[in-house]
Design a protein around this ligand. Structure first.
Ligand code: THU
Length: 136
């Protein structure tokens, strides 16, 4: 899915999530919106904490919000940041997204309209999965 082909509600959800980001420590606001396989949209923002390591990324916040609604299958994730260049998801988020959507398409865009896209498989080759847990 090209940036221009993204459904407008997905874009609106990701941008609205960025507005709600709670990032008083890093000042790095992130909005993410997941497009489920059935077309539903769930958003998340990063939520930081005075105990810095307790911060949760926007992508994982969106995923957790989706799972609690019973949504566990996704086609696309849109990530929005207020940066010069689009930012791919961090390593932990790649792993967490891979649990539910190994073939996820990821689009990152900036507030100024620059965007980039990757497949999750491209960003996280040789992912550790439930199959990796199978005993010998
Ligand atoms: N952050 C995200 O929300 N997603 C990422 O993939 C990378 C980092 C957040 C976490 C923290 O609140 C801030 O960005 C700076 O790392």
């Amino acid at each position: 899915m090209n940036d221009r082909d993204l459904p407008e509600p997905l874009r609106l959800a990701a941008f609205a999530a960025l507005d709600r980001a709670y990032a008083p420590y890093s000042r790095f606001r992130v909005g993410a919106a997941l497009l489920a396989s059935d077309g539903r949209i769930v958003a998340g923002c990063n939520v930081e904490n005075a105990s810095y390591g307790a911060a949760i990324c926007a992508e994982r916040a969106a995923l957790a919000a989706a799972v609690v609604q019973g949504i566990t299958s996704f086609q696309c994730a849109l990530i929005v940041t207020d940066t010069d260049s689009p930012t791919p998801p961090c390593g932990i988020c790649r792993q967490v997204l891979a649990e539910f959507a190994p073939a996820l398409e990821i689009v990152a865009t900036t507030l100024h309209g620059r965007s980039e896209r990757w497949s999750l498989a491209e960003l996280l080759p040789h992912a550790f999965t439930s199959e990796s847990l199978e005993p010998r």
